[in-house]
Design a protein around this ligand. Structure first.
Ligand code: ADP
Ligand code: MG
Length: 250
């Protein structure tokens, strides 16, 4: 069996605020397999974002082990972490985080620019990713000319462009209406069926029903870890939803 894409053992994060110590993560041990679609849930303050920041190599653990795609990450220096992050992780955020006066395709190309890919290679790869998210005909549009759902799909294309080992999404549907949220989830399910590993933070149980595994955090601990036998199929769910009034639908 292939080794897991993500393995943590006793992952711990303390924040020091003057004389106080906040125990944000209190020893989380979990493995995420290639091709998993994981929803990370739990109440506010339970450690979800801290966990995602560690997985995304945006921050370092106080203690514990983290192996990403066969590479031991704990203890690496900031520049080494940045390299791993750029090569292995695709991020999707609630606020989309697209550059405003920049076309969709240029937004998608950006990580390749940082990675030093030449212009023609960037364009071809970005175009393929925009096509994968159903926006081939919008490559010249700026974010303000796109709906919220389309902007999030551009952000997903940008996250895919480096061919990452895993996509980390923190509340990616938090700014979208219900139908648009399910459209974005349909895209995520499609990418997941193609083999992509996804870790999605959500505080909404409805959103989590589209994932195939639920990790629930509480007080910095992993409270439960359950596989979902039959996740809700987003495409099927869309057919039983009223059509969107302002034409978000792809
Ligand atoms: P969640 O994303 O589940 O809401 P977080 O991971 O953001 O939870 O926070 C977990 C705990 O760590 C909370 O008590 C929070 O206040 C604390 N915390 C998070 N980030 C910081 C920080 N940068 N400095 C101090 N405490 C923090
Ligand atoms: Mg959070």
């Amino acid at each position: 069996m292939a080794p897991p894409i993500i393995l943590t053992e006793g992952l711990t994060k303390d924040y020091h605020l003057g004389p106080h110590t906040v125990h944000a993560l209190r020893g989380v041990s979990v493995t995420i397999e290639r091709g998993d679609f994981v929803a990370v849930m739990g109440p506010s303050g339970s450690g979800k974002s801290t966990f995602m920041n560690l997985l995304g190599c945006l921050d370092t653990a106080t203690a514990g082990r983290y192996v990403l795609d066969d590479q031991d990450v704990a203890g690496l220096a900031a520049d080494e972490l940045a390299q791993i992050r750029n090569a292995k992780i695709g991020f999707v955020f609630q606020q989309f985080n697209l550059l405003p006066r920049t076309s969709a395709i240029e937004n998608v190309e950006l990580p390749l620019l940082y990675a030093g890919v030449h212009a023609r290679g960037r364009r071809a790869r970005a175009r393929a990713c925009l096509e994968a998210v159903g926006l081939a005909d919008r490559e010249g549009h700026h974010p303000s000319q796109l709906s919220g759902g389309q902007q999030q799909r551009v952000a997903i294309a940008r996250a895919l462009v480096n061919d990452p080992a895993v996509i980390l999404a923190d509340e990616p549907t938090g700014n979208l209406d219900t139908r648009t949220s399910v459209e974005v989830l349909a895209l995520m399910q499609k990418l997941n069926r193609g083999g992509l590993t996804l870790v999605l933070v959500t505080h909404e149980p409805d959103i989590a029903t589209y994932a195939s595994r639920h990790l629930v955090f509480r007080d910095g601990r992993l409270k439960s870890d359950e596989r979902v036998e039959a996740p809700v199929d987003a495409v099927a769910a869309l057919t039983s939803m009223p059509a969107d009034a302002d034409g978000e639908a792809a």
